[in-house]
Design a protein around this ligand. Structure first.
Ligand SMILES: [Zn+2]
Ligand SMILES: [Zn+2]
Length: 395
């Protein structure tokens, strides 16, 4: 039996579909037949060639994608339950972590598995056994030592797909940042992470949620997910004016938590200025920076906690909490949709459709120094109510 994998040959180009043999399942492993995959912001960075320091000057038969869900196709010997102890059978819908912490080092023992320096990630070069190592394919080979979670019936595939990344990241970050009931929180950036953060902050009891972005449709989406106030970075074009607006909305005191979910280092000092003066109770949650230059931590004059250094991946328990959140929260306005999903059945058309993105991206690069915000419009199916433009923070 064979299955297909989407392979990227050139940055900004189209995917090529290749067939590989579906592997035998070793003891302790699970073969998953994928039903959905998500397009994360980092996937777009990879596709655009903005992470060449990791993936090389040109992609070497690159396979990627990490947000996904599917059905158990085959259970390896000894796997009888998911990580929460629920019975697991072939045909069950599952989601899982896409990295594999060692579970033995001091970092893991401190319950910081997302930062485990020895954690393994599947190989990204196409043709490397067991072949199905990433989300953009028909199968995923979940190696032994995994964390896997059965998806409750009430959670759709669209909602379940990004729970292992976007939703887990913001759950983890806001918890680590110490967000509590009654707090005022500023969310910088209303992309996929920012929108999830709005819903999570609402669910955690935040009293005032202020969202900043440049694009009006994203701010509208943020309001639909529970934002109390939205600030347009276009109408407030300077950091001074945005800081002033946040202070005004918080009675002159500033926010208890600021979450940088933009991914560009220039917003960090601005966010610090938005924090309440009492540094001891102020918290900072940072998203993964989009550029390698963004490795400088916030100044020590402010209390910094939570996600700095940014976790490359959330810890295991966050994924199970994400599923619980997805099942119980009323803060997702559309129960059937998620900001970052497309069905795996769309992938066979990947190499036969032009996205129109490359030419637009080149034009944009000539006119602006900033990386292009161009998104591939097809073959992704973005869900019923979310436009592609609403996915990536726009600063
Ligand atoms: Zn992701
Ligand atoms: Zn470890």
């Amino acid at each position: 039996m064979k299955g297909r994998v989407a392979v990227l040959k050139a940055y900004g180009g189209e995917f090529e579909l290749r067939e590989y043999p579906v592997p035998e399942v070793e003891a302790g492993a699970i073969l998953v037949r994928l039903s959905r995959a998500g397009v994360c912001g980092s996937d777009l960075h990879i596709w655009r060639g903005e992470m060449k320091e990791i993936y090389g000057a040109s992609p070497q038969d690159l396979t990627f994608g990490h947000e996904m869900c599917g059905r158990v196709d085959k259970l390896g010997a000894g796997v009888t339950t998911d990580s929460m102890g629920q019975p697991l059978r072939e045909g069950d819908r599952v989601t899982y972590l896409y990295f594999f912490p060692c579970g033995r080092c001091p970092v893991c023992l401190h319950d910081e598995m997302g930062s485990c320096p020895r954690k393994a990630r599947p190989n990204r070069v196409a043709g490397t056994p067991p072949y199905f190592n990433n989300a953009y394919g028909e199968y995923y080979y979940l190696r032994p030592g995994h964390f896997v979670f059965k998806i409750p019936d009430e959670i759709s595939d669209d909602i379940a797909t990004p729970t292992n990344c976007a939703l887990s990241q913001v759950l983890y970050g806001l918890r680590r940042a110490g967000l509590r009931a009654g707090h005022a929180v500023v969310i910088q950036g209303a992309g996929g992470l920012g929108i999830n953060a709005v819903a999570v902050a609402r669910d955690m009891g935040a009293d005032k949620i202020i969202v900043i972005d440049r694009l009006p449709e994203r701010l509208e989406l943020a309001r639909a997910f529970g934002a109390d106030h939205t600030l347009s970075a276009t109408e407030l074009p300077t950091a001074d004016r945005r800081v002033e607006a946040v202070k005004e909305l918080t009675g002159g005191f500033g926010a208890d938590v600021v979450a940088d979910l933009v991914g560009y280092p220039e917003v960090i000092p601005e966010g610090l200025r938005m924090l309440r003066g009492a540094a001891a109770t102020s918290r900072w949650a940072a998203s993964r920076p989009a550029t390698s230059s963004a490795t400088t931590p916030p100044p020590s004059s402010a209390a910094t906690r939570g996600s700095w250094p940014p976790p490359t991946t959330p810890r295991g328990p966050s994924s199970s909490r994400s599923l619980s959140f997805g099942a119980t929260s009323r803060d997702f306005p559309s129960s059937g949709s998620s900001p970052t999903c497309f069905p795996s059945s769309a992938s066979p058309k990947a190499s036969s459709r032009r996205t129109g993105c490359s030419a637009r991206a080149r034009r944009t690069r000539r006119s602006r120094a900033r990386p292009s915000r161009c998104e591939p419009q097809r073959p992704w199916n973005w869900g019923r109510r979310f436009s592609a433009k609403a996915l990536t923070p726009s600063w």
